[in-house]
Design a protein around this ligand. Structure first.
Ligand code: GLN
Length: 521
């Protein structure tokens, strides 16, 4: 059957979800341990998770919502699933998504579209887009089926669903959470992300997942993590007027001991998420984000957020990130290029259940076998991305597309580095930029959630525009969180007017991004 959550089924019998997976893991014992460990008193808090179907779990097939992988039960599990299980979190279900993560509305799926509201009706229904591509995980959280949704964010796939459904969606810095067992879409951009109803819930689960992993070479090692702590330390010391800065960022041997992000094991009762109150904060407002296409309600919410922050004692500073206007085009060259290479292995021979269906007379001719399988089983958006990516990597087009896009990506990174107070721990420059900002606050999406009936008929380009505010942080690998924005008092609250505000921090400043979002937004 369909491994994804069927909302009506779940609402009829919420217990059914817990049955196999959770009981097999000794749900009752784990629940108790987890609650004791985190000092959680209330029932049903912080320990049920749903997992996007591009992350491998031991019990259920992993299909990336693609016909090419129908019924595929991978031989190994993901580090994420492993850590969640060991952390006492109970995995309830795999969730629907855009095929291989390609999309912004969770409608490009072999299992049918995810939708928020009624699809049928006289005017074609009132269902709204849940955002994408982690829309299934986010909807499960919005519908109170799980406390935390695990997804992936390559160019906004956690933040956009969070914005569209008034949830909290967090994309950590690139490399903080292991990608072992996460099916790659665009390796240099892919991050595991989390969606929940509060920053605390996100933090509880992120704390379990942010671990080094030898099985993923792009997952930050312990020594790189202490280098990152050094950079946050340098920034904090500069803020406090401390002249003795740990300018050598090579490791704990040459300077004062790096402060640990969380002293010992985190325990919210004894160590509540430390407050960021009282620390001077400078908030950057990039002028290039104030685009003409921005919906008035989004602009209003952005301004309301900034004036609220100002009242809370933050300094609001206009900044310029000039490469922003090219970031989206760069992303839509780079992501399909990496994807076209990643997806080459789905040839109908190696993965999935349906692979034997196509072995017939043509089998002697491998090319026909592959192309028929791929033509029949990849959805139209995935095929479009493969064509785009293959083209931009081809000898004749490489210089004009792929290389240019890489250059823009580097400029986007340099733009961010030039405005942040904290030095980027991945670069050699260790100087604290005294005039710099600590965070950037911008909307998550240019509009509130669109109606599904419009989204279905949108051109690919119109769909790509939804990602205009999320891809810059992805290209630079920065931590970014989307939280529900203030609501205009003249508009009674309806799901149609949901707006998300995004807080972006310097690379490795994840903990402060979470603290700031928790305290001030
Ligand atoms: N909408 C973007 C895309 O289609 C982002 C997807 C993602 O982050 N996985 O590529």
């Amino acid at each position: 059957g369909n491994p994804f959550i069927s909302l009506s089924q779940v609402l009829r019998d919420p217990e059914s979800l817990l049955l196999d997976t959770a009981k097999a893991h000794g749900a009752h014992k784990l629940t108790k341990d987890f609650k004791n460990y985190y000092g959680i008193k209330s029932a049903n808090h912080g320990y049920t998770v749903v997992i996007k179907d591009n992350i491998v779990t031991p019990e259920l097939p992993t299909t990336c919502a693609s016909n090419t992988l129908k019924g595929f039960l991978p031989p190994q599990t993901s580090t994420v699933a492993d850590l969640l299980r060991r952390g006492g979190q109970i995995m309830l279900a795999k969730t629907n998504m855009d095929e291989f993560g390609m999309g912004s509305h969770s409608i490009n799926s072999a299992y049918g579209e995810v939708h928020n509201g009624t699809v049928d009706g006289p005017q074609g229904g009132t269902a709204l887009s849940v955002g994408g591509s982690s829309g299934g995980s986010a909807l499960a959280v919005a519908a109170n089926l799980a406390n935390v949704g695990i997804g992936t964010d390559t160019g906004g796939s956690i933040r956009l669903p969070a914005a569209y459904m008034s949830l909290v969606g967090f994309k950590p810095s690139y490399g903080m959470i292991s990608r072992k067992g996460v099916v790659p879409y665009a390796n240099s951009l892919d991050t595991v992300g989390l969606v929940a109803k509060s920053v605390q819930d996100v933090w509880l689960t992120y704390d379990i997942l942010k671990k080094p992993d030898d099985n993923d070479p792009t997952c930050l090692s312990s020594s790189s993590r202490s280098r990152v702590h050094y950079a946050t330390y340098a920034r904090d010391a500069a803020l406090q007027g401390n002249k003795i800065l740990p300018v050598i960022l090579n490791g704990p041997r040459f300077g004062p001991a790096a402060p640990t992000e969380t002293p010992g094991r985190y325990h919210p009762r004894r160590h509540p998420l430390p407050t960021s109150k009282g620390v001077p904060k400078r908030i950057g407002v990039p002028l290039e984000y104030n685009i003409q296409e921005m919906h008035p309600l989004v602009r209003w919410s952005w301004m309301a957020t900034l004036s609220h922050l100002e009242k809370a004692g933050c300094e609001i500073v206009p900044i310029s990130l000039p490469s922003t206007k090219h970031a989206l085009s760069s992303y839509y060259i780079l992501a399909p290029a990496e994807a076209s290479s990643n997806l080459a292995k789905y040839d109908g021979v190696r993965y999935g259940n349906s692979r034997h269906d196509h072995v017939d007379d043509d089998a002697a001719n491998g090319t026909t076998l592959y192309s028929r399988f791929r033509g029949q089983n990849f959805g139209p958006e995935v095929q479009r991305r493969i064509l785009l990516g293959t083209f931009s990597l081809s000898a004749g087009a490489m210089d004009n597309y792929f290389i240019q896009a890489q250059k823009i990506r580097r400029m986007v990174q340099q733009d961010f580095d030039s405005v942040f107070r904290m030095p980027n721990p991945l670069r050699d420059n260790t100087k604290v930029n005294k005039q710099g900002v600590d965070f950037i606050v911008v909307p998550t999406a240019p509009t509130p959630p669109p109606r599904l009936k419009y989204v279905r008929n949108a051109t690919p380009l119109e769909s790509y525009i939804n990602d205009v505010f999320t891809v810059p942080a992805s290209l630079a690998g920065l931590p970014a969180i989307s939280v529900p924005g203030p609501r205009h008092p003249d508009y009674p609250w309806r799901p149609e007017v949901a707006v998300g505000m995004q807080l972006i921090g310097q690379y490795g400043d994840d903990f402060n991004v979470l603290k700031m979002a928790n305290d001030e937004l």
